[in-house]
Design a protein around this ligand. Sequence first.
Ligand SMILES: [Zn+2]
Length: 1010
Amino acid sequence: MELLRWLPLLLGPLLLRGSRAVDPIRAFVVPHSHMDVGWVYTVQESMRAYAANVYTSVVAELVRGERRRFIAVEQEFFRLWWDQVASEQQKWQVRQLLAQGRLEFVLGGQVMHDEAVTQLDDQILQLTEGHGFLYETFGVRPRFSWQVDPFGASAATPTLFALAGFNAHLISRIDYDLKDAMQQAQGLQFVWRGSPSLSTQQQIFTHVMDQFSYCTPASLPFSNRSGFYWNGVAVFPEPPPDGVYPNMSEPVTPANIKLYAQVLVANVKQRAAWFRTPHVLWPWGCDKQFFNASVQFANMDPLLDHINSRAAELGVTAEYATLGDYFRALHALNVTWGTRDHHDFLPYASEQLQAWTGFYTSRSTLKVLARQVSALLYAGESMFTRYMWPAPRGTLDPAWALQQLQQLRWAVSEVQHHDAITGTESPKVNDMYVEHLAEGTLGVRKLMAAIVGDRAQHTAPGSDSGTRPEGLLASVYNPLAWTVTTIVTLTVGFPRVSVTDESGRLMPAQIQNSTKEPSAYDLLILVTIPGLSYRRYSVRPTTGTQAAATMASTIRFGRRLRRTNQGDKHLVPVANDCYTVLLDPNTNLLHSVQERQSNRTVRMAQEFLEYHANGDVRRGPISDNYLFAPNGTAEPSWEAVGLEIVAGKLVTEIRQHFYRDAKAQNYTYAVYSRLAHVSQGPGGELLCHRIEQEYRVGPLELNREAVLRTSSDLDSRQVLYSDNNGYQMQRRPYRHYKKNTLARNYYPMVQSAFLQDEKDGSRLVLLAERAHGVSSPGGGQVEVMLHRRLWNNLAWDLNYNLTLNDTSVVHPVLWLLLGSRAATTALRPRSALALQYRPVVLLSGELPADGAAARGPAPKPQAPQQQTAVTLPANLHLQILSVPGWNYSASHSEHVRALRTGQRGQAQADLRRVLLRLHHLYEAGEDPVLSQPVMVNLQTVLWGLGVMEAVEERSLTGTWDARTMRRWNWRTSPDPQAGLPTSRSRPPRGSRVTIHPKEIRTFFIHFRQQ
Ligand SMILES: [Zn+2]
């Protein structure tokens, strides 16, 4: 939101201030340690160097002094300490401290997730993981967020935290000049209505940290040591044996206590001026602090005593507080707060020349891996749930299965950290994330293969005879709760094949030369798979002509030079039922696309450009993992382009290769665009309505940032739309700044972005399978950053090994949708999910050797589907269907009683509780049909899992019974623009629930045991 729109809203509260001048200032000193779950050092290195000591020493020090407090944030570290380090006595002490409110868990996720490049489903997962553990172990439910370090703030987060039951939300990194203006106008606190559809229903009080952010002031005028950090800075790889750390602040002594107090009081007063109430949040800590809590508290205790004994004179009192203590005191003042609408705080710039928009693309390979692995986990979760219900039919050990899922849940949660998926970590930490994701993947693929194997044995006894044939078997699982029609691509070593399904029916298939392996072939199979079901296909070499997959034919066009456009050859059309793509053989570039339903033709060209980044700090701003600081405009990175059209019955593929030099042997960039020849009727609608593009980019030259620029004749007025976490769209008009305009107009695209013609509403939609930076550098243009390779000589980057010398080749995928506003509005959310959760293919090599599925000739003809499909209405997304394996009573008081009396003991995971979460995909008023509230009968929808005994609605992360969840009400001034009235969602009636636009509702389902 631009500054000017903010000011009237911010200035308003000034007038409401009462007798503020006489109130003493109350400083809430909140001890905390910001513990990055990987950044420069791995998790194990961090545990050894400081993280374990944080909990060990903090627990001891809290026990020692009754008024002392501490907030704990990242659950991954806490759980490692709890499971591997803590003694029984320490565990008992933690329970006591929690009960007394002296130790408080805030946020409660496994990590402090990034808000710009993560997907909503993954944010929910990482919160659910942490909250599940905290609730099961301690019976506690975090009530406040602590998003102090993510690089910008999404408008989906306030909604998420409201749904999780939080009473207040806290952020810090927002655009520097906006923060400055808000500070001056005392507007750092407001009630945020993050979702336009949910508005007041899921609003949340939000505190933006002031300019000092989450660290205590870093320097003391009387000391050359850093701020209030008496324990110094953590030492890697091991703590120093003598306990002496570098940069320890001078101990507080009678000689200097007055100076210390003066600095603290002056800072509190400076900050108090930026807030409307005399309550000041004074975070005490920073990165990797409190590993030696005894020194910390031993120095702060006398300092607080000193200040409080002179409170009248100093005008300040100071007390240790948890975040909850601060928010409770603030809430009790019953102030009327201003509101903020659904605009986010992205992008984030920390200074005029420091736009944090590079990380939207940094480490593109990790970004896509995180998403693909998350999608696999999603599939594994529902597949396992369907294995367990209505009754497990096989030899699979459920405890082992749960372990595989658990390991991957942890890995996917970890990579959501704000120095993980962001690509801002050191290479060794990147390797750690990749390793954890790979190990977890292996386990879950094993689990899925075992389920297929078990099912095959169960459903087709006797097929385990005969000899192993040439060819392969593929089991393809559709993890979405809708029937999906799509193309599955397999790589095969032989050109003549036939594909049959489990009933022996021949499948439509096409074979063509592979773009990835020169000696192999791509086999494209058209599949239709019902919701949460799998199909099995057999691929066999053939010799006859009858049953073979059709061979695509290739037409080649000679290379064309960039600077010349000779010739007057006619445009070459490639068409399916939905689009005609016109290629210009004079340039070998895309010329235009006609959308057939609206008969609208949009001129459209695509090319690769590169920004040349500066790597020398002496010569100006640098681009690095975080920052994008282009050194001028982007330049074309190619001189010639070659074109091939691979035409087939099922799919036509347009292959464009871009060469850096006209005569170069190897291309540097490629685009492979696919159109599927399916009818746009029911089933084929989504597949027909997309142009699938895959690019090949890299390795880049050093200090290059590569973009794909699509230029169209849409009258977009240079307004771009891009999403917050795949949950909601933001309007991004191009803004002009005194400096750094280009970089500050980059935004994250997690799942989608679009341009809209202001005259006729036509839209060009991009859907992404990984996060990218996007911008609209000119009218009708959308530019997607695809890859970055950077090195610079900034000492800080070099010391931490945080340069981005990424030499990888990346293969990003975008799906393009073109059409009227109405058509694309209806298609966009579903198509985005179709890309995110593509069917999972398990090949015969992975399937258990003793399973029938891996052996025998073609599967014996049998009933095509053993399991009842799960199908939701078109506007509902099955956000999760899983067996979380938590062991606690659904009744809070019963659970707390059990914990108190120590009954929990060695209880087994509860495998009977099924977690279900539904998400309405559309905003209110967006579509006449799809935006309607939708009623589902869960019993009918989940009939394939058995007879339902009970449906309980829960908070987002499952820890609250929704009927008992009462969040604090923060008073707001009436807002005439408060959005559309929202209808309150009602508790489920039996198994019937109604989901309103943009609602996300979470349930525990209990099925009848068979
Ligand atoms: Zn951090």
